[in-house]
Design a protein around this ligand. Structure first.
Ligand code: ADE
Ligand code: ZN
Length: 335
Protein backbone atom coordinates (compact mmCIF):
# COMPACT_ATOMS: atom_id res chain seq x y z
CA UNK A 1 0.00 0.00 0.00
CA UNK A 2 2.83 2.40 0.73
CA UNK A 3 6.03 3.76 -0.76
CA UNK A 4 9.86 3.78 -0.49
CA UNK A 5 11.26 5.09 2.79
CA UNK A 6 13.80 7.78 1.59
CA UNK A 7 16.32 7.24 4.44
CA UNK A 8 18.35 10.39 3.60
CA UNK A 9 15.46 12.69 4.60
CA UNK A 10 15.65 13.29 8.37
CA UNK A 11 12.43 12.27 10.08
CA UNK A 12 10.58 12.59 13.36
CA UNK A 13 7.47 10.84 14.62
CA UNK A 14 5.02 12.11 17.26
CA UNK A 15 2.30 9.46 17.07
CA UNK A 16 2.93 5.74 17.29
CA UNK A 17 1.32 3.34 19.77
CA UNK A 18 3.97 1.40 21.64
CA UNK A 19 2.28 -2.02 21.58
CA UNK A 20 1.22 -1.24 18.02
CA UNK A 21 4.85 -1.16 16.85
CA UNK A 22 5.45 -4.88 17.55
CA UNK A 23 5.40 -6.95 14.36
CA UNK A 24 3.81 -10.45 14.34
CA UNK A 25 7.31 -11.98 14.42
CA UNK A 26 8.14 -10.15 17.66
CA UNK A 27 4.76 -10.98 19.23
CA UNK A 28 5.41 -14.66 18.40
CA UNK A 29 8.88 -14.45 19.98
CA UNK A 30 7.49 -12.90 23.17
CA UNK A 31 4.70 -15.49 23.37
CA UNK A 32 7.27 -18.30 23.19
CA UNK A 33 9.51 -16.61 25.78
CA UNK A 34 6.55 -16.19 28.14
CA UNK A 35 5.22 -19.73 27.59
CA UNK A 36 1.98 -18.44 26.10
CA UNK A 37 -0.10 -19.67 23.19
CA UNK A 38 -0.72 -17.00 20.57
CA UNK A 39 -4.24 -15.64 21.17
CA UNK A 40 -6.89 -17.15 18.87
CA UNK A 41 -7.72 -14.95 15.93
CA UNK A 42 -4.67 -12.70 16.31
CA UNK A 43 -3.04 -13.49 12.99
CA UNK A 44 -4.40 -14.08 9.50
CA UNK A 45 -3.21 -16.95 7.28
CA UNK A 46 -0.52 -14.71 5.73
CA UNK A 47 0.93 -13.95 9.19
CA UNK A 48 -0.35 -10.36 9.34
CA UNK A 49 -2.54 -9.09 12.18
CA UNK A 50 -6.16 -10.05 11.53
CA UNK A 51 -8.78 -7.29 11.71
CA UNK A 52 -11.61 -6.10 9.51
CA UNK A 53 -12.77 -2.71 10.85
CA UNK A 54 -11.87 -0.21 13.58
CA UNK A 55 -13.60 -1.94 16.54
CA UNK A 56 -12.06 -5.26 15.45
CA UNK A 57 -8.66 -3.55 15.05
CA UNK A 58 -8.87 -2.31 18.66
CA UNK A 59 -9.67 -5.86 19.87
CA UNK A 60 -6.79 -7.35 17.86
CA UNK A 61 -4.48 -4.68 19.25
CA UNK A 62 -5.49 -5.68 22.78
CA UNK A 63 -4.84 -9.37 21.98
CA UNK A 64 -1.33 -8.62 20.73
CA UNK A 65 -0.65 -6.38 23.75
CA UNK A 66 -1.70 -9.20 26.09
CA UNK A 67 1.43 -11.15 25.09
CA UNK A 68 3.77 -8.28 26.13
CA UNK A 69 4.18 -9.30 29.77
CA UNK A 70 7.50 -8.25 31.33
CA UNK A 71 9.80 -5.25 31.61
CA UNK A 72 12.21 -7.09 29.29
CA UNK A 73 9.39 -7.47 26.74
CA UNK A 74 8.70 -3.74 26.85
CA UNK A 75 12.41 -3.04 26.51
CA UNK A 76 12.60 -5.24 23.43
CA UNK A 77 9.50 -3.74 21.79
CA UNK A 78 10.81 -0.20 22.28
CA UNK A 79 14.39 -0.98 21.31
CA UNK A 80 13.47 -2.90 18.16
CA UNK A 81 11.10 -0.19 16.99
CA UNK A 82 13.52 2.67 17.62
CA UNK A 83 16.42 0.81 15.99
CA UNK A 84 14.28 0.16 12.89
CA UNK A 85 13.30 3.84 12.82
CA UNK A 86 16.94 4.92 13.04
CA UNK A 87 17.70 2.78 9.97
CA UNK A 88 15.04 4.80 8.10
CA UNK A 89 16.60 8.14 9.04
CA UNK A 90 14.32 8.91 12.00
CA UNK A 91 15.95 11.10 14.66
CA UNK A 92 13.18 11.43 17.27
CA UNK A 93 10.08 9.37 18.23
CA UNK A 94 7.32 9.97 20.77
CA UNK A 95 5.84 6.59 21.69
CA UNK A 96 2.32 6.42 23.09
CA UNK A 97 2.49 4.15 26.13
CA UNK A 98 -0.55 2.68 27.84
CA UNK A 99 -0.35 1.88 31.56
CA UNK A 100 -3.76 0.18 31.25
CA UNK A 101 -2.44 -2.35 28.73
CA UNK A 102 0.62 -3.09 30.89
CA UNK A 103 -1.56 -3.46 33.97
CA UNK A 104 -3.91 -5.85 32.18
CA UNK A 105 -0.82 -7.96 31.35
CA UNK A 106 0.23 -8.00 35.02
CA UNK A 107 2.87 -5.24 35.13
CA UNK A 108 2.84 -2.34 37.55
CA UNK A 109 3.76 1.09 36.26
CA UNK A 110 7.28 1.10 37.74
CA UNK A 111 8.16 -2.17 35.94
CA UNK A 112 6.44 -1.05 32.75
CA UNK A 113 8.44 2.17 32.70
CA UNK A 114 11.72 0.48 33.62
CA UNK A 115 11.48 -1.68 30.49
CA UNK A 116 10.55 1.24 28.24
CA UNK A 117 13.32 3.46 29.59
CA UNK A 118 15.89 0.69 29.05
CA UNK A 119 14.73 0.40 25.44
CA UNK A 120 15.14 4.16 24.97
CA UNK A 121 18.62 4.12 26.53
CA UNK A 122 19.75 1.14 24.46
CA UNK A 123 18.43 2.65 21.22
CA UNK A 124 20.24 5.92 21.89
CA UNK A 125 23.49 4.06 22.67
CA UNK A 126 23.32 1.68 19.71
CA UNK A 127 21.43 3.61 17.04
CA UNK A 128 21.73 7.28 17.99
CA UNK A 129 17.97 7.89 18.07
CA UNK A 130 16.01 9.73 20.77
CA UNK A 131 12.73 8.31 22.12
CA UNK A 132 10.30 9.86 24.58
CA UNK A 133 7.00 8.68 26.06
CA UNK A 134 3.44 10.02 26.09
CA UNK A 135 1.27 8.41 28.75
CA UNK A 136 -2.04 7.45 27.19
CA UNK A 137 -5.45 6.67 28.56
CA UNK A 138 -8.01 4.57 26.70
CA UNK A 139 -11.31 6.44 26.50
CA UNK A 140 -13.48 3.30 26.35
CA UNK A 141 -12.11 2.21 29.76
CA UNK A 142 -13.95 5.18 31.26
CA UNK A 143 -13.37 8.46 33.05
CA UNK A 144 -12.33 7.00 36.39
CA UNK A 145 -9.56 4.88 34.85
CA UNK A 146 -8.36 7.90 32.85
CA UNK A 147 -8.14 10.08 35.94
CA UNK A 148 -6.31 7.33 37.84
CA UNK A 149 -3.71 6.97 35.05
CA UNK A 150 -3.29 10.76 34.81
CA UNK A 151 -2.81 11.06 38.57
CA UNK A 152 -0.28 8.22 38.56
CA UNK A 153 1.66 9.92 35.75
CA UNK A 154 1.59 13.20 37.67
CA UNK A 155 2.98 11.42 40.73
CA UNK A 156 5.83 9.79 38.75
CA UNK A 157 7.63 12.57 36.88
CA UNK A 158 10.51 11.41 34.67
CA UNK A 159 12.57 13.14 31.98
CA UNK A 160 11.46 10.59 29.37
CA UNK A 161 7.75 11.05 30.11
CA UNK A 162 6.88 14.24 28.26
CA UNK A 163 3.22 14.10 27.29
CA UNK A 164 -0.32 12.82 27.67
CA UNK A 165 -2.71 11.39 25.06
CA UNK A 166 -6.10 9.69 24.87
CA UNK A 167 -6.78 6.85 22.42
CA UNK A 168 -9.55 4.28 21.95
CA UNK A 169 -13.14 4.57 20.75
CA UNK A 170 -13.57 8.26 19.86
CA UNK A 171 -17.11 8.01 18.52
CA UNK A 172 -18.51 6.27 21.60
CA UNK A 173 -16.63 8.28 24.24
CA UNK A 174 -16.54 12.05 23.60
CA UNK A 175 -13.58 14.00 24.95
CA UNK A 176 -15.64 16.38 27.12
CA UNK A 177 -15.96 13.83 29.93
CA UNK A 178 -12.17 13.66 30.27
CA UNK A 179 -11.53 17.32 31.16
CA UNK A 180 -10.30 16.49 34.66
CA UNK A 181 -7.82 13.85 33.45
CA UNK A 182 -6.30 16.38 31.04
CA UNK A 183 -6.20 19.08 33.74
CA UNK A 184 -4.21 16.71 35.96
CA UNK A 185 -1.77 15.99 33.12
CA UNK A 186 -1.40 19.64 32.11
CA UNK A 187 -0.83 20.70 35.72
CA UNK A 188 1.92 18.06 35.96
CA UNK A 189 3.71 19.76 33.04
CA UNK A 190 2.86 17.11 30.42
CA UNK A 191 2.21 18.23 26.84
CA UNK A 192 -1.34 17.32 25.84
CA UNK A 193 -2.68 15.77 22.65
CA UNK A 194 -5.79 13.68 22.00
CA UNK A 195 -7.16 11.32 19.33
CA UNK A 196 -9.96 13.18 17.55
CA UNK A 197 -11.21 13.68 14.01
CA UNK A 198 -10.35 10.11 13.01
CA UNK A 199 -13.52 8.02 13.56
CA UNK A 200 -15.71 11.04 14.38
CA UNK A 201 -16.06 14.42 12.74
CA UNK A 202 -15.67 18.14 13.52
CA UNK A 203 -17.72 18.00 16.76
CA UNK A 204 -15.24 15.53 18.20
CA UNK A 205 -12.34 17.78 17.18
CA UNK A 206 -14.01 20.78 18.85
CA UNK A 207 -14.49 18.77 22.06
CA UNK A 208 -10.80 17.80 22.05
CA UNK A 209 -9.75 21.41 21.41
CA UNK A 210 -11.57 22.43 24.59
CA UNK A 211 -9.53 20.05 26.75
CA UNK A 212 -7.06 21.66 29.18
CA UNK A 213 -3.56 22.01 27.76
CA UNK A 214 -4.40 20.66 24.30
CA UNK A 215 -1.84 21.85 21.70
CA UNK A 216 -1.78 18.95 19.23
CA UNK A 217 -4.36 16.57 17.77
CA UNK A 218 -3.79 12.89 17.10
CA UNK A 219 -5.19 12.66 13.54
CA UNK A 220 -7.59 15.66 13.48
CA UNK A 221 -7.95 15.17 9.73
CA UNK A 222 -11.76 15.15 9.70
CA UNK A 223 -11.66 18.80 10.77
CA UNK A 224 -11.45 19.35 7.02
CA UNK A 225 -15.24 18.80 6.89
CA UNK A 226 -15.72 22.21 8.56
CA UNK A 227 -13.87 25.18 6.96
CA UNK A 228 -14.35 27.36 10.04
CA UNK A 229 -12.70 24.70 12.18
CA UNK A 230 -9.80 24.45 9.72
CA UNK A 231 -9.32 28.22 10.08
CA UNK A 232 -9.30 27.85 13.86
CA UNK A 233 -6.64 25.13 13.68
CA UNK A 234 -4.51 27.35 11.43
CA UNK A 235 -5.02 30.45 13.63
CA UNK A 236 -4.16 28.58 16.81
CA UNK A 237 -1.37 26.63 15.05
CA UNK A 238 -2.71 23.35 16.46
CA UNK A 239 -0.38 20.64 15.18
CA UNK A 240 -1.98 17.61 13.51
CA UNK A 241 -0.30 14.22 13.88
CA UNK A 242 -1.45 12.85 10.53
CA UNK A 243 -1.25 9.11 9.78
CA UNK A 244 -2.12 8.72 6.07
CA UNK A 245 -1.74 4.96 5.67
CA UNK A 246 -3.59 4.26 8.93
CA UNK A 247 -6.46 6.44 7.70
CA UNK A 248 -6.68 4.61 4.37
CA UNK A 249 -6.30 1.14 5.94
CA UNK A 250 -8.97 1.83 8.58
CA UNK A 251 -11.36 3.26 5.97
CA UNK A 252 -11.38 6.87 7.20
CA UNK A 253 -10.63 7.71 3.53
CA UNK A 254 -11.08 5.38 0.55
CA UNK A 255 -7.67 6.22 -0.98
CA UNK A 256 -4.60 8.45 -0.67
CA UNK A 257 -6.13 10.61 -3.40
CA UNK A 258 -9.07 11.33 -1.10
CA UNK A 259 -6.85 12.15 1.90
CA UNK A 260 -6.99 15.76 3.14
CA UNK A 261 -3.31 16.18 4.09
CA UNK A 262 -2.56 18.44 1.09
CA UNK A 263 -5.68 20.55 1.74
CA UNK A 264 -4.82 20.98 5.42
CA UNK A 265 -1.24 21.99 4.57
CA UNK A 266 -2.50 24.47 1.98
CA UNK A 267 -4.84 25.97 4.60
CA UNK A 268 -1.86 26.68 6.88
CA UNK A 269 -2.52 23.93 9.43
CA UNK A 270 0.74 22.53 10.86
CA UNK A 271 0.97 18.90 9.75
CA UNK A 272 3.32 16.06 10.75
CA UNK A 273 3.70 12.50 9.41
CA UNK A 274 3.14 9.46 11.63
CA UNK A 275 2.65 5.70 11.37
CA UNK A 276 0.12 5.04 14.24
CA UNK A 277 0.39 1.19 14.41
CA UNK A 278 2.69 0.40 11.50
CA UNK A 279 2.58 -3.42 11.13
CA UNK A 280 -1.23 -3.40 11.35
CA UNK A 281 -1.37 -1.14 8.32
CA UNK A 282 1.56 -2.48 6.32
CA UNK A 283 3.61 0.67 6.64
CA UNK A 284 6.55 2.28 8.45
CA UNK A 285 7.27 5.90 9.34
CA UNK A 286 9.85 6.01 6.54
CA UNK A 287 7.20 4.79 4.11
CA UNK A 288 4.80 7.50 5.30
CA UNK A 289 7.38 10.02 4.10
CA UNK A 290 7.45 8.09 0.82
CA UNK A 291 3.65 8.38 0.62
CA UNK A 292 3.90 12.14 1.19
CA UNK A 293 6.38 12.40 -1.66
CA UNK A 294 4.81 9.98 -4.14
CA UNK A 295 1.10 10.51 -3.45
CA UNK A 296 0.95 14.09 -2.14
CA UNK A 297 3.73 15.55 -4.30
CA UNK A 298 5.94 16.90 -1.52
CA UNK A 299 9.60 17.42 -2.47
CA UNK A 300 12.52 16.73 -0.11
CA UNK A 301 12.58 20.31 1.21
CA UNK A 302 8.87 20.08 2.08
CA UNK A 303 9.45 16.72 3.79
CA UNK A 304 12.23 18.19 5.91
CA UNK A 305 9.79 21.00 6.69
CA UNK A 306 7.33 18.44 8.09
CA UNK A 307 10.11 17.02 10.27
CA UNK A 308 10.87 20.52 11.50
CA UNK A 309 7.18 21.03 12.31
CA UNK A 310 7.28 17.77 14.31
CA UNK A 311 10.38 18.80 16.23
CA UNK A 312 8.93 22.22 17.02
CA UNK A 313 5.77 20.49 18.30
CA UNK A 314 7.66 17.77 20.18
CA UNK A 315 7.04 17.66 23.92
CA UNK A 316 10.77 17.12 24.54
CA UNK A 317 12.61 19.83 26.48
CA UNK A 318 13.95 22.82 24.53
CA UNK A 319 17.61 21.76 24.65
CA UNK A 320 16.89 18.43 22.92
CA UNK A 321 14.49 20.00 20.44
CA UNK A 322 17.02 22.70 19.53
CA UNK A 323 19.81 20.16 19.06
CA UNK A 324 17.64 17.99 16.83
CA UNK A 325 16.45 20.96 14.78
CA UNK A 326 20.03 22.13 14.26
CA UNK A 327 20.92 18.64 13.01
CA UNK A 328 18.19 18.65 10.35
CA UNK A 329 20.55 19.68 7.60
CA UNK A 330 23.15 16.98 8.24
CA UNK A 331 23.09 13.30 7.30
CA UNK A 332 23.70 10.92 10.24
CA UNK A 333 26.62 8.49 9.89
CA UNK A 334 25.73 5.26 8.11
CA UNK A 335 23.05 6.67 5.79
N1 ADE B 1 -5.19 2.74 19.58
C1 ADE B 1 -4.26 2.24 18.74
N2 ADE B 1 -4.39 2.79 17.52
C2 ADE B 1 -5.43 3.66 17.57
C3 ADE B 1 -6.04 4.53 16.64
N3 ADE B 1 -5.62 4.64 15.37
N4 ADE B 1 -7.10 5.25 17.06
C4 ADE B 1 -7.54 5.16 18.31
N5 ADE B 1 -6.98 4.37 19.24
C5 ADE B 1 -5.93 3.62 18.88
ZN1 ZN C 1 -3.25 6.59 17.21
Amino acid sequence: MSAAAIPAVPKAELHVHLEGTARPELIRRLAVRNGLALPDGLLAADDTFHWTDFPHFLRTYDLAASVIRTAQDYRDVVYEYLAACAAEGVRYVELISSPDHARAAGLDEAEHRAGIFQGIDDARAQAGIEGRILVSVVRNLGVEAAERVAAEAAAMPHEYVVGFNMAGDEAGFPATAFTRAFAIARDAGLGCTCHAGEHAGPESVRAALALPGLVRLSHGVRAVEDPELVRELADRQIVLEVCPTSNVALGVYPSYDAHPLPALLAAGVPVTLNSDDPPYFGSTIGEEYGVARDRFGLDDAALVGLTDTALRAAFAPDALRDRLRKGLHSTPPGL
